[in-house]
Design a protein around this ligand. Sequence first.
Ligand code: C2E
Ligand code: CA
Ligand code: CA
Ligand code: CA
Length: 272
Amino acid sequence: MKSKAVDYEARLNSLKLDLTYVIARNELELYYQPKVSAETNRIIGAEALLRWNHPKWGIIGPNEFIPLAEKTGFINEIGKWVKKNACRQNKVWQDAGLLKIPVSINLSASRFLERDLITHVMDTLKETKLDPQYLEIEITETLLLENEEVVFSVLDELRNLGIKIALDDFGTGYSSLASLNRFKGKIDILKIDRSFIQGLSSSLEEDSNFIVKMIIQLSHQLKMNVIAEGVETNEQLAVLQKYNCSMIQGYLFSKPIPADEFVKLLKKDNLE
Ligand code: C2E
Ligand code: CA
Ligand code: CA
Ligand code: CA
């Protein structure tokens, strides 16, 4: 009898091999999760999240295959595919006369440090004819830890193109609230990590409330936008509204959904 560990190994090894064919076999798909205004509930943006439609295993989430792709180096090809498809899709929606919204993509740290990143971003924008203000790039704090000088100069180049930069999973990394000051003028949007949002409660005594409140206040002072991710309950929403958090993302409004479902949400918003 085979053990679970052997099965797991086997799956990983076969996935690693299959991964090199995902683009040629057209197995990647972007799902879109709406970002909404905390005041009006209207869609103000979307995050593109990668899915792998595997012929044998079904839908595989990015937490499983992105690390594999990083190990094999194939993450570069995947990153290019994501950027191109997210921009192209957004342009299709805009050309259809739907609400114009920024779409964000996630960039892995290794991809960020590739020399051809800026050229590829520029080529993609030109090719898809998407106005740069509708592209957002989400990076994580670990990246800023790596090589601050190089990263800051790449961030400057991206922002000079008109692209917005979001700091993802904020609060989980090394950076203290105080270090936020250094990101001023480099980061446009702070995404408060889900772990803090989960801990929110309507009672003011909670530590989580305090941290979230401080992050929101600080971001306002530093003239950054702030979004709460992983909002699942009306109670969490109410607390965030009280602290003047203007943007919300989470299952309360919608899970990440395929493009053809997302377009229905956009159309509904257009009509209201
Ligand atoms: P992330 O960027 O922090 O994305 C948010 C994750 O939280 C997504 O998981 C999303 O489906 C999930 N989520 C959103 N709202 C809620 C909620 O209310 N409750 C709960 N429990 N979860 C929520 P997903 O799609 O599995 O993505 C996982 C991670 O994979 C992402 O975390 C991101 O780091 C990475 N990833 C996704 N797409 C890409 C990509 O195209 N390129 C790269 N490099 N990484 C990606
Ligand atoms: Ca993200
Ligand atoms: Ca996140
Ligand atoms: Ca994350």
